[in-house]
Design a binder for this molecule. Structure first.
Ligand code: HEM
Length: 405
């Protein structure tokens, strides 16, 4: 797209942008790649849109993920002293070194490629059980009935949550999706408290009766490596907030992409060995997250020719980097399974690189493969132009994916 356009000061927050961000992002990358965004509370953020700048920003320690830095800034901006809840204040995604390092090391054993591969049979069973429930209906929504519950159940099971609590986990994970520190809604707080209470009791139970699961391993780790009960609880929150909606967004996006690209779908189904090589292109094309988690500058930082002062919120727009022609020169707006493995930033970059990247790929491959193997004639039940995305600052899930078979 060429030419000039006028963007509102809330340009990234509009519904038009949510539904089709790419033309605006192409313009912003070209004209003002580090661009201000006004927020409804009267404050502002700086949005980074080019691949090289985003990669540099993700690796820059002056752009902090420390939740205390974020809450201090929010307190200043609102004039109200705000402190983060313990569930949010003690996990790896919300802390920087030195505390980030042992928190990350503590869970890394559970997320190696080998561990993710070993989960395949379980993920397949969970996917098949969900498909069984949908199979009897003439039409189904693959988001609510499949993409959403699949990662929640997989991650709950990985942590060691017994099956009778999975329905609660589905409810709590839906509540976490809408969580915001400035939201005063009582129902939301109640859900978070319920989840917190359940997890604390579960952690205590794992201390008495350990199983072959992640929470048991954390509770019974060697003393010098062991996290505190609050850190274990908070890590559980990180896995749920970090893993559920992101993976659901990718699963939904990949299913939609393959429903609308029959040649690519036939190729993947005909050559099952291709999934691994094609997954990064699917992730680049789908962009399961719009933006990385927000950063706050702890000192002035120059990015893309703009000096961002200290104490500013920085939004790193990952979906924009996925279409940056400087990085992906050949038609980045197309799904091209022959593209050399794209080094996309959808799992982040640097010390906060996604712990669950392998697991997310395994879940997504199985979700797509089982759906298309079991229902070879599955088709979209609406025009692709009618598919809608949810408005969210991080993830980019479809609202619904109605199919018929
Ligand atoms: C398609 C699915 C997923 C996507 C797109 C995704 C994306 C990301 C991104 C971009 C980050 C870096 C955040 C930042 O620096 O701003 C991240 C971190 C993280 N992700 Fe994922 N994620 C996915 C699935 C998962 C899963 C399945 C899990 C675990 C069950 C998980 C756990 C985490 C954790 C714990 C972190 C924090 C790592 C750290 O701070 O050191 N993610 N993820």
């Amino acid at each position: 797209m060429t030419g000039t356009r006028t963007l509102s000061k809330y340009w990234m927050l509009t519904n038009d942008f949510t539904q089709n961000p790419y033309p605006v992002l192409e313009y912003v990358r070209r004209e003002s790649p580090v661009r201000e965004l006004s927020l409804p509370d009267g404050s502002r953020a700086f949005v980074v849109t080019r691949y090289d700048d985003a990669k540099a920003a993700l690796a820059d320690p002056r752009l902090s993920r420390d939740i205390h830095v974020h809450y201090r800034l929010m307190s200043q901006r609102t004039g109200r002293t705000m402190t983060p809840p313990p569930e949010e204040a003690n996990h790896l995604a919300n802390l920087e070194p030195p505390r980030h390092t042992p928190l990350r090391r503590a869970i890394s054993f559970a997320f190696t490629p080998r561990r993710a591969e070993a989960l395949r049979p379980r993920v397949e069973t969970i996917a098949d059980d969900l498909l069984d429930k949908l199979a009897g209906r003439p039409r189904a929504d693959l988001i609510g009935g499949y993409a959403d519950p699949l990662p929640v159940i997989t991650i709950a099971e990985l942590m060691g949550v017994p099956a009778d609590a999975w329905p609660d986990f589905l409810r709590w994970s839906a509540a976490l999706r809408t969580y915001s520190p400035t939201d005063g809604s009582g129902a939301l707080d109640r859900n978070i408290q319920e989840l917190s209470r359940y997890m604390s009791e579960l952690i205590a139970r794992k201390e008495r009766e350990p199983g072959e699961d992640l929470l048991s391993a954390l509770v019974h780790a060697d003393e010098e490596r062991r996290l505190t009960p609050t850190e274990i609880l908070s890590t559980g929150f990180a896995l749920m907030t970090g893993g559920n909606d992101t993976t659901a967004s990718l699963v939904g996006g990949v299913l939609a992409a393959l429903l609308t690209h029959p040649a690519e779908r036939a190729r993947l189904l005909g050559e099952p060995g291709r999934w691994g090589a094609s997954m990064d292109e699917l992730i680049r094309y789908v962009s399961p997250i719009g933006n990385a988690l927000q950063r706050v500058t702890t000192e002035p930082v120059e990015l893309g020719g703009v000096t961002i002062p200290a104490g500013e919120v920085v939004v790193i727009c990952v979906m924009s980097t996925n279409r940056d022609t400087a990085q992906f020169p050949h038609h980045p707006d197309r799904l091209d399974l022959d593209r050399p493995k794209p080094a996309h930033l959808s799992f982040g970059f640097g010390i906060h690189y996604c712990s669950g990247a392998h697991l997310a790929k395994v879940i997504t491959e199985i979700a797509a493969r089982r759906l298309f193997e079991r229902f070879p004639d599955v088709r979209l039940a609406v025009d692709p132009a009618e598919l809608r995305y949810q408005q969210n600052v991080v993830v980019r899930p479809l609202v619904e994916l109605p199919v018929a078979w």
